[in-house]
Design a protein around this ligand. Structure first.
Ligand SMILES: C[S@@+](CC[C@H](N)C(=O)[O-])C[C@H]1O[C@@H](n2cnc3c(N)ncnc32)[C@H](O)[C@@H]1O
Length: 297
């Protein structure tokens, strides 16, 4: 894949910066629901499966990375993509992997990989090296930063050198759905899912992934590219298993914060029961990949 260089200047007004900073602190907005705190083992397993499912395509989507580059992986999780980037940039390159929880990343010991505990919404960018990265990436992170995604993207853009690339991969998670109207689980699933409004009730945008090109453009990036991919899978596929683990993780967070009502619990049952039935086929969420380049000027 080749990417021509662009011309548009990056513009961040004081007014936008102040507005975005206040959003970052707004406690009424939802946060990350799959924190590993108190469930380290199951989250390790879920993230491991996530890597197995998503890494092959994510690697293809990062073929622009060159030996010697400086790369930043934001919200790196267990770190499989950071590790792969460290191999690609080689001994003359460097990768910085950040996360709000670095307990999994700390297990990695790779000479050209630095691990930083860092919140992309609120911690100082000086800790990372603003204006210094050839590539900044994130995967399945921005969806969770509801109402604060533009702020996060602007901050990631600030980390790029002029001409550097930002890549993000995020889903339209509201589109996960069974495909066979004749299946007995089809109707109960849709009654609980409400065309993805299940996410809206929790404060998230069920169609977030498709908005990445618009957000990238708004943040001043140029030479935008976009691709999306989805598949139809059986419930006992790795994707089906991972989706069940993810729903169970969200349910656990609601149980912990007291928001798991009886009605919500019944909805979880309607969404997860089909995932134990191997005759059930579902469409995965389309995962959108977006590329954009910081202007050279
Ligand atoms: C769904 S996991 C994805 C992990 C990794 N990007 C991957 O695809 O393998 C989201 C990760 O983002 C991290 N995270 C959540 N909010 C964050 C924030 N504000 N700043 C940095 N990392 C964050 C979480 O701790 C978690 O490790």
């Amino acid at each position: 894949m080749s990417f021509p260089s662009g011309q548009d200047p990056l513009s961040v007004t004081d007014r936008q910066t102040t507005h975005q900073a206040s959003l970052a602190k707004d406690p009424s907005l939802p946060g990350y629901r799959l924190s590993a705190e108190g469930r380290q083992g199951v989250e390790d397993e879920r993230l491991s499966l996530l890597e197995e499912i998503f890494d092959p395509l994510s690697r293809q989507r990062r073929t622009l990375v060159q030996p010697g580059w400086r790369c930043l992986e934001v919200g790196a999780g267990r770190g499989s993509m950071a590790k792969w980037l460290a191999q690609q940039v080689g001994e003359h390159g460097r990768v910085v992997a950040t996360d709000v929880d670095t307990s999994y990343l700390q297990r990695l010991s790779i000479p050209n990989l630095d691990i930083r505990r860092h919140n992309i919404l609120s911690d100082p960018l000086d800790d990372l090296g603003p204006g210094s990265f050839d590539l900044v990436c994130a995967r399945l992170l921005l969806f969770w930063l509801a109402g604060k995604q533009e702020n996060a993207i602007r901050r990631m853009v600030e980390c790029l050198r002029p001409g550097g690339w930002l890549i993000d991969e995020d889903g339209d998670w509201g589109l996960v759905a069974p495909v066979d109207p004749a299946h007995p689980h089809y109707e109960p699933y849709h009654r609980a899912w409400r065309n993805g409004e299940w996410w809206t009730a929790r404060g998230y945008d069920p169609l977030f992934g498709r908005k990445l090109p618009v957000l990238f453009e708004r943040c001043g990036l140029v030479n935008l590219r976009h691709k999306a991919s989805a598949s139809v899978v059986r419930s006992d596929s790795p994707w089906g298993l991972w989706w069940r683990q993810s729903l169970e993780g969200i349910r656990a967070s609601e149980q912990a914060d007291g928001s798991l009502t009886e009605e919500r619990d019944k909805e979880y049952e309607s969404l997860t029961a089909p995932l134990n039935d191997p005759s059930y086929w579902l469409m995965t969420a389309p995962i959108h990949a977006c590329w954009g380049q910081r202007s050279l000027s």
